[in-house]
Design a protein around this ligand. Structure first.
Ligand SMILES: [Zn+2]
Length: 444
């Protein structure tokens, strides 16, 4: 792990803030692992520190004990990927460790996380059975007076990442299945399509087989996850009579329809005006094994003059503008972005950084040229920034800022379906161009 990332995690550990009402239900301690308890002593630890930062706005001091609450344990899971999210009402220090399987007592691999300075919320289940090929179950309990323990029992695991997000404070655990264990085994066997004794294969069939093979190897683009940003209680940017969440959704439906017409399989993180946490959107794309992830947003600026299109991919931010936009989309203070960058260094190892940058270029370029057939449009180009919604995505993923709602002219355009159609055509062109490139590369 990056040294600075470590330092940051330690820093986060010191935030003991606020709390809601104390829970009634306390799961028995025996539901937790005694081996885990013993090993906790030598676990990775985030040490408490002295100074305290301000709470994240969700912490309401209701409890004199000063403990935070583990309010929710969510998960998204498939046969090769699982994301578990622990949501708290304030920052806590945490430590985690993986324990090796113990066949004698039929214990699988398990990862436990101790949240020091926290209590278990009364709505949190003490045990949840998952059994999806990677995760067997999730168990929670009040380990000691001020420590909550969460244990993940695995059926299979290869690699994992643990990282915190802010507002509300949450700890994300990503777990990946052993390489190649599932996708290849479950993929349709091309051999079945040719009978054993048929030596002659017609050209049409071979082309189809090549296509099948590309798909199985993940060298093409078939499924696209569209993510209309914001929703429900989170309107996103609001200006000139428009709410970002509405424009994003309207646009996602338009672009989704066009992508389907081009033969893509389209999934949506939402098709209604509902709130979905940022990290859940990425998890949906991973779980659905999408080949591309497109997060759709509209921009806002203090200056009403600013307008134009820009496409982001995940990376460290290189400009103040990128930091500001990432902070707005992450719903955090811009000052916390520099901290986030340290975590990201570690996380990016598994991300499709280069592919995402290529996709951003194709999308941005195609959209600009398509829209400019009819409108003047400012080209802000492609940029990079640490967006929560792109963190941990297993596929090439970009975030498109369609335009500035704070600019009167652009807002007026974004109100019209005609303009959105042009933008959508451009994005589809970009996706098709990207798909063509990776297929050509794969066939070489
Ligand atoms: Zn947004």
């Amino acid at each position: 792990m990056h040294a600075k990332a470590k330092a940051y995690l330690r820093k986060l550990g010191k935030y003991n803030s606020s709390i809601a009402a104390v829970s009634g239900k306390k799961p028995k301690r025996s539901s937790l692992d005694s081996a885990a308890k013993a090993a906790a002593v030598k676990a990775k630890s985030s040490k408490p520190k002295s100074s305290a930062k301000k709470t994240n706005g969700n912490g309401v001091h209701k409890d004199p004990s000063g403990l935070a609450h583990l309010d929710m344990v969510r998960y998204k899971s498939s046969d090769d990927y699982t994301r578990v999210v622990l949501e708290l009402d304030g920052r806590v220090k945490y430590r985690y460790q993986v324990l090796d399987p113990n066949p004698a007592v039929s214990r699988p691999h398990r990862l436990y996380i101790d949240l020091t300075g926290s209590r278990l919320g009364h709505d949190v289940e003490s045990a949840t059975t998952v059994s999806d090929g990677i995760l067997r179950s999730i168990r929670t309990g009040q380990y000691s007076k001020d420590t909550t323990r969460v244990v993940l029992d695995f059926l299979a695991m290869q690699e994992y990442k643990v990282f915190p997000l802010e507002n509300p404070y949450r700890i994300v655990i990503d777990v990946y299945a052993p390489d190649g264990s599932v996708p290849v085994a479950k993929a349709k066997q091309p051999a079945k399509k040719t009978t054993a004794n048929s030596k002659y294969r017609p050209p049409r069939g071979s082309k189809k087989m090549a296509g099948d093979l590309l798909e199985q190897l993940g060298l093409t683009v078939r499924t696209i996850m569209l993510d209309p940003g914001h929703g429900g209680k989170d309107p996103g940017a609001v200006a000139n009579g428009l709410r970002e969440k509405d424009v994003n959704l309207r646009f996602a439906k338009i672009v989704g329809k066009m992508l389907k017409e081009k033969g893509f399989k389209v999934q949506y993180t939402r098709l209604k005006d509902i709130f979905i946490p940022l990290e859940q959107r990425t998890a949906m794309a991973n779980v659905k094994k999408a080949d591309l992830f497109l997060s759709i947003h509209c921009n806002a600026s203090r200056s009403k003059k600013v307008n134009g299109l820009e496409t982001y991919s995940l990376n460290l931010a290189k400009s103040k503008d990128a930091v500001r936009i990432a902070a707005r989309e992450n719903a955090v203070d811009p000052r916390s972005i520099s901290d986030l960058q340290f975590i990201l260094t570690d996380l990016m190892v598994n991300s499709k950084i280069k592919e995402s940058r290529d996709l951003a270029k194709d999308v941005q370029g195609s959209t600009i040229s398509r829209v400019r057939r009819r409108w003047r449009l400012n080209n802000h180009g492609t940029r990079e920034a640490p967006f929560y919604v792109l963190m941990g995505a297993k596929m090439p993923s970009v975030l498109v800022e369609l335009g500035y709602l704070t600019n009167y002219t652009e807002a007026k355009r974004l109100k019209s379906d005609a303009y959105l159609q042009y933008l959508a055509r451009g994005i589809v062109d970009g996706v098709v161009a990207y798909k063509g490139k990776i297929e050509r590369y794969a066939m070489k």
